[in-house]
Design a protein around this ligand. Structure first.
Ligand code: GLY
Length: 660
């Protein structure tokens, strides 16, 4: 039995798993950067599979199983800790407002029918017509023309619950480490061997990733933050009774009354990354909708404003269960339902880790669902050059293949995956370029930026060496963190021994020029951590030398600004770098045409990295082929040695022996 488990993440999911594992006899450590920033703290605490209109069958079953255990689960916690969790089986009313009237009519079918046809739910639900709903819930806005009543949906005071869970975890003997920032997961041969943190490396037998919206900063998973802004008001003391004793759930708004007179109003749904703070627009829209639904709120004092980041996956379903590493389990991406799903997640994950028992439901939430088979790479239909009738004779030239950090490559052209109009063009271009190294922006894969979804399947990673790059990193620290993630990404693609990183530390977004000091600092650290570092630099010969001295595997001077297509503007400096380097010099950025590519190779560059000039051309696969030919031609020309330059014309035919 696994006895020593490290939980990464101190939100409700991490805490629930920690408690469950501990209760079943495991030794458990939990690390959290900050309990207060977890979505758990920001949530409203609704337990609402019906009101949330969950229609995915397996998800609905997961939610309903969790809901049915909630009362017992919280009761046990309360008994154990003596703390209240605010669990309240209050039901949820979802009023339908005027302009949705017709849709509401369609949804409800025959008036008075008790089960809405849109929900494959086994929970009871009742349609209340206009008169009934206003009788049932006084104070509703005039626009409410009816609504559904879901008596089994409930709520819990998420903050009180988190406090109780933390207390329970502590008194059960879970070792809790707060203030620990996880920087990366170290793995070898599909086993996690440690977790790198700001407090050093932490090791365990088994690891659980429960890092919510922050998950893909630790492991490459398609989880993104989806911000929600919220506020609370308080029922004035002079009101004798609570005006609301059930949750009101409207269109893009919910109002959650607590027993102590606090009323939570939520929540916006914003795709703005980790942008913090409340905004006037966000709060205004919440207030407008809340007051329309329940007008008397407008008089209640505002108590608090806050925001949080829901962990959203691409299909808005959680990622639960086994991972690519044998001793790592995923429990992330609960999106809008983390509070609700905590008990069932904890039970299923504990079964899986401690008893190797995999509930059939887990198969619906496996991470591999995001690795769907891509359409087969369409074959390139370039006009192929006519084959010579006889093969060209071997050239009296000796070339050695490109060697970077002990690895050999036959192609001297590297390409990228960014800026293509579509993934097919990218695939065709990579094939046409005949390259063996493709650089991938780790951050864009993490955020599923356009063109970066499904990269795992888009290319044949058994033939192409991935060069993770740290594009988008402004500081050395960020770049180091992203480099570590890149290494994990390569491992996920089956490149266990891939320790390459194209280091980019670019503080400004206008000129996209690399920071020489940050680059050197990051390079030093990454070399120490065993990376083969390929730093992207301005064409600065001294910096190139310093980077070589600290152990970089190549240097990658820019020809001109990234993506500018301005061609070779730094020729003189690149020439000096080439003359002095003992590591491969890869000319990167700015090359716009094959003639420029050939020119860089003629100068003696060891390789080229070209992305925009291919991706932004009119016909990327054709341009990719052209760049391939140019790099080969330029290399051959370099090896052949150019003719000497002369100041004056020199006739091609000898003049001696001519007849005057
Ligand atoms: N569970 C409600 C929300 O995420 O806003």
């Amino acid at each position: 039995m696994t006895s020593n488990v490290l939980i990464i993440g101190g939100g409700i999911i991490g805490l629930a798993i920690a408690i469950e594992l501990k209760l079943r006899g495991a030794k458990v450590t939990l690390v959290s950067q900050n309990f207060q920033t977890a979505a758990t703290h920001a949530a409203a605490g609704m337990l609402a599979p019906s009101a949330e209109k969950i229609s995915h069958k397996a998800m609905l079953e997961l939610c309903q199983r969790s809901l049915s255990s909630y009362s017992d689960w919280t009761h046990k916690l309360e008994t154990f800790t003596g703390l209240n969790t605010g669990y309240w089986s209050c039901g949820i009313l979802t009023p339908v407002l005027e302009e949705r009237g017709r849709e509401g009519e369609r949804e409800r079918g025959r008036e008075g029918e008790s089960n809405p046809p849109i929900l494959p739910s086994s929970s009871p639900s009742y349609w209340l017509d206009r008169e009934t709903i206003h009788q049932y819930q006084s104070g509703l806005g005039e626009d409410a023309i009816g609504g559904w009543w879901y008596p089994e949906d409930a709520q819990v005071d998420n903050r009180a619950l988190a406090q109780a869970m933390l207390a329970a975890a502590k008194s059960l003997g879970v070792e809790i480490k707060e203030g620990v920032a996880v920087e990366g997961i170290q793995q070898q041969q599909r086993l996690v061997v440690g977790v790198q943190t700001n407090a050093g490396v932490i090791q365990a037998e088994h690891y659980v990733l429960a890092t919510g919206a922050w998950s893909n900063a630790v492991f490459p998973l398609p989880v993104r933050p989806r911000k929600g802004q919220m506020l609370s008001v308080r029922v004035p003391k002079n009101e004798p009774d609570l005006p609301l004793t059930r949750v009101l759930f409207g269109e893009e708004i919910y109002i959650v009354p607590r027993r102590d007179g606090r009323i939570i109003i939520g929540a916006t749904i914003e795709d703005v990354g980790f942008t913090p703070n409340n905004t006037p627009a966000g709060i205004q829209s919440l207030l407008q909708k809340a007051i329309r639904l329940y007008p008397q709120l407008q008089h209640y004092p505002i108590e608090e404003l806050w925001w949080g980041f829901r962990p959203a996956t691409a299909d808005e379903l959680p990622i639960l269960g086994t991972s690519p590493c044998e001793n790592l389990t995923f429990a992330v991406g609960h999106y809008r339902n983390g509070i609700l799903l905590a008990p069932i997640t904890a039970a299923l994950i504990a079964d899986l880790i401690l008893e190797q028992k995999s509930d059939p439901l887990l198969s619906h939430f496996h991470y591999s669902r995001f690795h769907t088979k891509s359409s087969t790479t369409s074959m390139l239909t370039l006009p192929t050059p006519p084959l010579p009738t006889t093969p060209p004779p071997p050239l009296p030239l000796q070339d050695t293949p490109l060697q970077i950090a002990g690895k050999t490559f036959n192609s001297r052209l590297m390409t990228g995956t960014g800026k293509y109009r579509n993934i097919e063009e990218m695939q065709q271009s990579v094939v046409a370029s005949d390259c063996q190294i493709v650089t991938v922006a780790v951050r864009r894969v993490q955020t599923n930026a356009p063109g970066h979804e499904g990269l795992a399947e888009a290319l044949d990673w058994s033939k192409i060496w991935m060069l993770p790059n740290t594009a988008g990193c402004h500081t050395a620290e960020e770049a180091i963190r992203v480099a570590r993630l890149g290494r994990e990404m390569a491992k996920l693609l089956g490149q266990e021994d891939n320790n390459f990183v194209k280091l980019e530390v670019i503080p400004d977004s206008k000129y996209l020029l690399p920071d020489p000091i940050g680059t050197l600092q990051a390079a030093e650290q990454l070399v120490k951590e065993g990376f083969a570092v390929l730093p992207y630099i301005n064409a600065d010969p001294i910096l190139a030398q310093r980077l070589e001295e600290v152990g970089c595997a190549t240097v990658m001077p820019l020809a001109s600004p990234i993506g500018s297509g301005q061609g070779l503007k730094t020729t003189a400096n690149i020439q000096i770098i080439i003359e002095n380097a003992n590591v491969p010099v890869v000319v990167d950025a700015g090359i716009g045409t094959p003639s420029e590519a050939a020119q860089a190779m003629e100068m003696g560059a060891d390789a080229l990295l070209i992305n925009s000039a291919i991706a932004l051309s009119q016909n990327p696969p054709a341009m990719a082929r052209a760049m391939n030919l140019a790099s080969v031609a330029g290399r051959l020309a370099y090896l052949a040695g150019r003719m000497p330059l002369k100041n004056y014309a020199s006739a091609s035919s000898p003049l001696t022996g001519t007849v005057n």
